[in-house]
Every structure is written in C-alpha cells, then in structure tokens.
Design a protein around this ligand. Structure first.
Ligand SMILES: Cc1cc2nc3c(=O)[nH]c(=O)nc-3n(C[C@H](O)[C@H](O)[C@H](O)COP(=O)(O)O)c2cc1C
Length: 485
C-alpha cells in the first residue's frame, strides 16, 4: 500500500474528512477496523498557521496547539503513515506554510474543494474553489513543489460531465497524487441521489487514482458494498463518510460489529488520547442516530465529562486505569525523566531538554542538523545567545531561527552543550531530525560524517570551527552570541 514509504492512493478504502467526527479516536477506530487511509477533519489554514507543534510525552502524541491552548490537530505514531491532513485554504502561500508545519507528522495533505458549508466557502475556500480553477491550480502546484509528501484534493462535480472531466484533468496536471470526487453538485444535499456517471467519467479521464465518494446513503451499507461501489464507479478507491460515522465497523472485512461494541472501542481511544468530552459525546451521538432516545442514548446525552461518558457505557474501570497510567507518566516526567512539554516563556519557546553527547554519533551534533536544515530552507544561519549564571557558572542558550527564539529550561556545564540543547529544542518543536543514534537517516548531514569517519567531514568540522570563531562576539554584559555547529 505504501511503496517506498510514500502513501499510495490506489485501491484503498478511506475514512472521509468529517468536521468534528474525524478527530484522532475516530481515525484510530477506522484503522482498527480495516480502513487503509484516514482523513482528518478539515482544518482552516489561518488557524493552523498560528499553531505550535508540541510533542506531548504523556499522551505520546504530537499536538498542534493554538495560541488559546486549544489542540487543533492531534496525531500519533500509529496513524503516521496513513493519516491525510485536510486543509481548508484559498491562499497558496498560506497553504504551504501549514503544509510544511504538519509535513513531518502526516502521510499526505489534502485540499478541501467540495465543502459547501459557510465556514468553508467563506474566504473562497471549500466548494467556492470549484468556480476558480486558476486558484485550484496555483494552490496545488505550490503544495506539490513545496513539500515532499503526496498532495491530493477532494472536489464535488460541476454542472456538466465535460466541465467535471476538464477540471479533473487540469487537477491531474498539477502533479497531485489522487483526486477524491464526491458525486454531487455544490448545491445538492447529502440525501440527493449520487451521480455515479460523473465519477465514472472522471475515473476514465485521468491516470491518477480517483477516489469515489458519496455512496453512504444508498450504495454502501456493508463492507461488501465497498467493493461494488469501487467497481461500478470505475474508480481506483473508495472514501466513506457517513457510513463510517454511523458504524465504523463497515471497514471490517469480517462483517459489522454491534453498535455498542463500536461505541466502546471508540470511547477507549477517546479516553486513551484524552479527547475533549464534547467531541467524544458528539461522535457517540452521531453513532446512536435514531437510538439517541434509547436508555443508552439518554445516558450518553446526560453525561458532561469523560468520566460520566465512560460510566454511561460501563467503561468506568477502563477510564480509571487509563487515568492512573497517564498520571504515572506525568509524575515520572516531573521527577527528572525527560519531559518534552513545550512552554512559552514570554516570546521564547522552552522545553526541558538536556544535551546528552552519548546519544549522538561522533562528529554529529544537533547544531549541525539545524545549520544544514536552515541552509536547505534558505534561511539565515541560526543565531545563538548564551548567558552564564554566577552561582554555579553554568550556561543557558537561546537560538533564534526564522525570527523565533527557543531554549532549554535546563542549565548546562558548558556553553557548547547549552547551544546544543537550544538547537534540540528547535528541532523537536519543528519535528526536524536532530542526528540522534537510531533516528531514521534524514540525509541532512553527509553520511560519512554520521558514521564518524574523518576526511571531508573533518575538513567541515574545521571550517565550522572557523565559523564559530568568526561569528562569536562577546557582549559587555557577559552574553555571547555565536554561530557554531
Ligand atoms: C459530519 C460531516 C462532516 C463533514 N466534514 C467534511 C470536511 O471536513 N471536509 C470535506 O471535504 N467533506 C466533509 N464532509 C463531506 C464528506 O466527506 C463526504 O463527502 C460526504 O458525506 C459524502 O460521502 P458519504 O456519502 O460517504 O457520506 C462531511 C460530511 C459529514 C457527514
């Protein structure tokens, strides 16, 4: 499915993007039951661009956190190769900023061009893009050129077959990996019949995978129907929204599970990943559908907190055990483990990070990785400012990258180590490789150096050292600034 690590959209079954529904617990549930690919809910570029990437060591997630502390997007290792980040955008530049922010943590990026709801169409996003093919092209080309993971988009059909085919062909020319086609017009409602012939025409007109969508109400009720939908639509792949929202076990080749089981499985993920109670309750109510007035439905509706929802479904013991585990992790983190919670200190992004030399191969340092990354991104060299405190003569550094400042909260025995720790903070916040032993080779720093062999590597070290001396300037206050690697 994912040749050479790159997500393929051929012959896959996907969980469709769904606002409020497509958060982490639902995506994991869909994967559990057999979905190949899972889309997150549409997230708007302007909001995402303001988010900080935070490694949450207690939940073992990566969180994208808004300035008001709301977690806009939470993801985890389990879905890393399968999750598609869907973006709402009408601006190529901003789309690229967001794409680069999430790129290290997701498998692909999708642009929403089909949502007719006001929150999406305002500002020219979602289905509004369908009447601006030049904008569609500009956004997709920018993303395809600017990130290394696959780019896709999801459209609705246009009023005629010819227009739809032309649009899909134009989209293919941008270099996207796939296009999802929801076989309804912009103004049609989900209850309206699907235009299967439009999906067939689109699928026949391009060589990239077309993902058929829109069959939940009348075509796809069971797992077997997915294959029929794929075949009759002529598309390579299928994407399900409502059928999955109502009962995600539709992805199970072994047949559907009772709703109560699905709700419990969902809730376990929600508890494990500390999902917001309102969101959990919303999703459970969508699953209940006409059973919201049943005794179980009433209990779920009455619940206000995650603990109460757990009780409503008889999962109070699981809830308590999970809370205990998470609390133990929090305690371990606070008592000298390796917490990596990001905290803003004024305008400085801080993390509790100690630079451990033994974690890196000889000749390799996080500062090298940061410098190489900055060069690759065509940014100014990172700037280090170090202070020494008088009581124990230890050091702390701030590194400035792209105008933003990062430092570890820990003090180090040497200036060199303090700078390395600051570099680590930046690299971890941004999800950029730092050169640690065991880390996947990013190719950022030359291989010979990683293996600790001298020759050209040693020469680079020398020239790096020269740069240190050229760049270091002692300030009157005892602060020093410098660039070294
Ligand atoms: C609750 C809900 C939320 C949705 N949110 C999104 C969204 O964020 N992005 C998007 O492209 N489509 C969204 N859609 C549309 C679905 O992805 C899909 O195109 C539509 O429901 C038709 O597919 P289906 O017949 O399988 O339900 C949403 C649909 C539902 C029911």
């Amino acid at each position: 499915m994912a040749a050479a690590g790159r997500l393929s959209f051929s012959n896959i079954t996907a969980l469709a993007p769904m606002v409020r529904v497509g958060t982490l617990p639902m995506r994991l549930l869909a994967l559990d039951y057999g979905a190949d690919v899972v889309y997150c809910e549409e997230l708007i570029d302007i909001k995402m661009a303001k988010c900080q990437r935070v490694v949450n060591d207690v939940l073992e997630t990566v969180d994208f956190v808004a300035p008001d502390e709301r977690v806009m997007f939470r993801t985890c290792e389990r879905e890393k190769g399968r999750v598609v980040f869907q973006m709402g955008t009408a601006d190529p530049e901003r789309a690229l900023v967001v794409a680069r922010l999430v790129e290290p943590d997701v498998a692909a990026i999708d642009v929403n061009m089909g949502c007719p709801k006001e929150y999406s169409t305002k500002g020219g996003m979602g289905a509004a893009l369908l009447s601006d093919p030049d904008k569609i092209e500009a956004i997709l080309r920018k993303l395809v050129a600017g990130v290394s993971i696959p780019i896709t988009c999801k459209i609705r059909i246009l009023p005629s077959l010819d227009e739809t085919v032309s649009l899909v062909q134009r989209i293919e020319q941008t270099g996207v990996a796939a296009v999802a086609v929801h076989g309804r017009l912009k103004d049609e409602r989900p209850r309206h019949p699907l235009h299967l012939d439009y999906i067939q025409a689109a699928a026949g007109a391009v060589s990239i995978p077309v993902i058929a969508n829109g069959g939940s109400l009348d075509l796809v009720k069971t797992n077997k129907d997915i294959e029929d939908f794929r075949r009759t639509s002529g598309a390579s792949s299928v994407m399900l929204a409502r059928a999955a929202m109502w009962n995600a076990s539709v992805f199970r080749a072994g047949g559907p599970l009772p709703l109560e089981t699905v709700m419990e499985d969902y809730l376990k993920h929600a508890i494990r990943y500390n999902n917001h109670a309102f969101n959990t309750k919303y999703c459970l109510c969508q699953m209940l559908r006409d059973k919201v007035e049943s005794p179980l439905g009433r209990r779920v509706q009455a619940a206000q907190t995650s603990a109460e929802i757990s009780e409503a479904l008889g999962l109070q013991e699981f809830y308590q055990q999970t809370q205990d585990k998470l609390q133990a992790r929090r305690d371990a983190a606070h008592s000298g483990g390796a917490p990596e919670r990001l905290v803003m200190d004024g305008d400085v992004t801080t993390m509790v990070v100690r630079f451990e030399r033994r974690e890196y191969p000889p000749h390799i340092t996080p500062k090298m990785f940061l410098l190489e990354w900055s060069r690759k991104e065509k940014l100014q060299q990172p700037l280090y400012e170090t202070v020494q405190r008088s009581q124990d003569r230890s050091f702390q550094s701030i590194v400035t990258v792209e105008g933003k400042r990062y430092r570890s909260t820990l003090w180090e025995k040497s200036k060199k180590f303090a700078e390395q720790a600051a570099a680590v903070v930046f690299l971890r916040v941004r999800g950029v490789p730092e050169g640690r032993i065991g880390e996947e080779d990013s190719g950022l720093v030359c291989k010979r150096k990683r293996e600790g062999q001298p020759d050209r590597g040693a020469g680079e070290e020398d020239s790096n050292k020269r740069r240190v001396f050229e760049a270091q300037r002692e300030t009157r206050s005892g602060k020093s600034q410098g660039v070294s690697v």
